[in-house]
Design a protein around this ligand. Structure first.
Ligand SMILES: NC(=O)c1ccc[n+]([C@@H]2O[C@H](COP(=O)([O-])OP(=O)(O)OC[C@H]3O[C@@H](n4cnc5c(N)ncnc54)[C@H](OP(=O)(O)O)[C@@H]3O)[C@@H](O)[C@H]2O)c1
Length: 263
């Protein structure tokens, strides 16, 4: 006698697991564009910056678009270094883990060629570099232990040479790029990916009103290129890509000429 065959349940492909990301410096500009993009790619997000009203509006926009809560915000000043370890614990508990960390916070002050102001230089260093260290250390420790994760640092082509206009900004980005390279070399063997983004001119508040923004692109286009690099696990990218060639030339301009240039 032949047993009746049981109907096989239809095969369902499992829903892709939600990935979890933190963006530090997410209230506007490149950070906000990255937030919109990453949610579209399936991430749940914790967004950090100082301006609560901007973060609140961004989360409302993202969550309304997604039809569910995909972004929450935490008001945070990156120079409040001591608060970072506990805040990181609180956020990873709320997200249920962490897959991607982006350090995007950054500032620059226009400075005339005759000004030498320690206060401004200190502030730039504290936000662009010290704040990065405060976050990258505990995040790297977490990813080291869990043997997975992706770290992205938004650096700048400005870090590749010391230019007359913004010495402390250039130095802060040089330090950030070098630190990220060292983290990559440490963490690659643990399966952790580190991406350095060397941005050229991007049209945001940071560049508003400035002239001669060569090869400038929108924050949305920058975010799209950064997200592609995250997916492809690239190590260093230039945004826009033309800056790779431009900086090859700039890096090779002899000092005797470079020190006469006014940019
Ligand atoms: N725009 C460019 O041409 C360009 C070129 C190369 C590199 N970059 C880098 O790209 C990153 C993003 O710049 P952007 O152009 O998008 O500038 P932006 O529009 O001025 O945004 C800067 C972001 O950093 C946050 N931030 C600043 N100080 C902070 C602090 N003390 N604590 C916490 N968050 C802070 C701001 O949030 P709150 O004000 O709400 O705190 C904001 O979300 C920066 O690291 C910048 O150096 C930009």
């Amino acid at each position: 006698m032949v047993e009746p065959m049981e109907a096989k349940p239809a095969l369902k492909s499992p829903a892709p697991p939600t990935r979890r990301a933190i963006i530090v410096g997410a209230s506007r500009g490149i950070g906000a564009a990255l937030a919109r993009r990453l949610v579209a790619e399936g991430y749940s997000l914790a967004l950090l910056a100082r301006q609560a009203d901007l973060l609140d509006a961004l989360c409302k926009e993202i969550n309304a678009q997604a039809g569910e809560t995909r972004a929450s915000y935490y008001v945070h000043d990156v120079t409040d270094y001591d608060s970072v370890p506990n805040l990181l614990k609180e956020i990873t508990a709320a997200l249920g883990g962490l897959d991607l960390f982006i350090y995007n916070a950054g500032i620059v002050f226009p400075s005339g060629l005759k000004h030498y102001e320690f206060d401004k230089d200190r502030r730039i260093t504290e936000v662009n570099y010290m704040g990065a260290l405060a976050w990258l250390n505990p995040v790297a420790g977490l990813f080291h232990r869990q043997k997975s994760g992706q770290i992205v640092g938004i650096s700048s082509v400005a870090g590749e040479r010391g230019r007359v206009g913004t010495p402390a900004y250039n130095a802060s980005k040089a330090a950030l790029s070098t630190y990220l390279e060292a983290l990559r070399n440490r963490l690659t063997r643990r399966g952790v990916h580190v991406l350095t983004v060397k941005a050229g001119y991007i049209l945001t508040d940071m560049t508003a009103g400035r002239k001669n923004l060569y090869f400038a692109i929108s924050a949305e286009r920058a975010a799209a290129e950064i997200c592609r690099a995250i997916r492809r696990r690239r190590q260093v990218i230039y945004v826009a890509p033309i800056w790779r060639l431009v900086m090859f030339v700039v890096r090779n301009i002899p000092s005797i000429i470079f020190r006469r240039l006014t940019f």
